[in-house]
Design a protein. Sequence first.
Length: 70
Amino acid sequence: MTEQPKKTGFFTALFSIMAAAFGVQTSKNMERDLNATNPVMYVIAALIFVACFIGVILVVVKLVVPDHLS
């Protein structure tokens, strides 16, 4: 008897994407992600994570680099 993959919620997918991005993903969670029933949730979570990550980098650069250079 094969085990049915569990449905993954949005926040579970988002936390999984963040853990994978920082290299702290467990093998158990990685297996769960690879066997996910709805990969669209992971794509949406990844796009949101990337947008937030780029936004944070832009804010940090804006705070560090002086304005009088332009």
